[in-house]
Design a protein around this ligand. Structure first.
Ligand SMILES: [Zn+2]
Length: 338
């Protein structure tokens, strides 16, 4: 078994202890911010649940048995993984009713005994699919362990949530995250991205490996408003940045920019309320100067509005207009003139 990240180990041990006491949760919701290792934890728990010869001393899955090998190959007949599938008519990246029905059928056909169902991300279930899953959760077949991975447990149907034991996987302490990053390939380059990633080491590492470190300065120069722009020119510049070959090749696009944008607005609201910046501590002075230009209430309203806009980030009808709309209030606030 691949080594589990140190901050996930207590959760893993908790699961193993519950298994030993024969009270492992039938349905477990692994919540936590992106890039904190929820999927790695789910994989480790699934391996442990299914392993035929767990190592007693280390309490770990053996990594060698038939079950461990099949699971690693993504080919275990008793392990289901439900994730949004890219297909026609599924641009919203939803888990479909058909997937839940296939699961139901698979569970009814499969031999009894230990089985595991991982749903990732669980918030990709809409009301209908969640209700279909609820029927399974209400009368779960014996031996089936459900692992629901999500960034926002509160976005799930309360009836589904209440069937689950909910674990919130918080990012590790900064020192622990940096120590772990130092041992990873590309990790040193990830250190400056750790705060921006909200302390989530895997997110920082992924961004660093994609070369996103170079985009921070550009992002900050624009949002920091050193050179005030009108929303129109700003949106035009943003569009050409996001569409540039180099940008796209690094995997940085509208979704990533919007994610950073929300984090920036969040920091402004924090600083306006007297708290320290969380994602952009290196821009603390700039944040303080900007935060003073409006009331906390205004910054909070701006953040709320931006979050609503972000719902459409995957399919804006028109990129330029979308960007104009997203930056317009902010540009007015920090002094851009039409
Ligand atoms: Zn094994």
């Amino acid at each position: 078994m691949a080594e589990l990240m140190p901050w996930l180990e207590p959760w893993y041990r908790r699961f193993v202890a519950a298994m030993a006491a024969e009270r492992a949760p039938q349905a477990l919701m692994l919540g936590g911010p992106r890039g904190v290792g929820k999927e790695a934890l789910a994989q480790a728990l699934a391996a442990r649940w299914l392993c035929e010869r767990p190592l007693e001393a280390g309490e770990s899955a053996c990594g060698q048995c038939r079950s461990c090998r099949l699971l690693r190959a993504g080919d275990h007949p008793l392990a289901w993984r439900l994730a949004p599938e890219a297909s026609l008519g599924n641009e919203g990246r939803q888990i479909t009713l058909e997937q839940i029905r296939d699961l139901q059928e698979g569970l009814s056909l499969a031999e009894a005994g230990r089985r595991v169902v991982t749903i990732v991300p669980a918030e990709a279930m809409n009301r209908f699919t969640a209700n279909a899953l609820l029927k399974v959760l209400e009368e779960p077949p014996a031996g089936v362990s459900f692992l629901l991975v999500t960034e926002s447990p509160s976005a799930l149907l309360p009836t589904v949530r209440s069937r689950c034991q909910v674990w919130w996987i918080a990012p590790p302490a900064r020192d622990a995250a940096l120590a772990w990053l130092a041992t990873q390939e590309g990790g040193p380059q990830a250190a400056p991205l750790l705060d921006l990633a909200g302390g989530a080491p895997l997110a920082a590492l992924q961004w660093a490996r994609a070369g996103w470190g170079r985009w921070i300065e550009r992002f900050l120069a624009e949002v920091g408003g050193e050179a005030p722009k009108s929303p129109l020119t700003w949106a035009a510049g943003l569009e050409s940045w996001l569409k540039a070959k180099e940008t796209q090749e690094s995997g940085f696009g509208l979704e990533a920019w919007m994610d950073w944008w929300l984090r920036w607005l969040h920091d402004l609201a924090r600083v306006a309320s007297g708290a320290p910046a969380r994602h952009f501590p290196q821009a603390g002075e700039r944040l303080r100067a900007l935060a003073g230009r409006a009331s906390l209430r205004t910054w909070l309203a701006l953040e709320t509005k931006a979050r609503a806009r972000a719902e459409w980030v995957r399919h804006p009808l028109n990129l330029r207009l979308y960007l104009e709309d997203v930056v317009s209030d902010y540009a007015d606030l920090i002094g851009g003139k039409g």
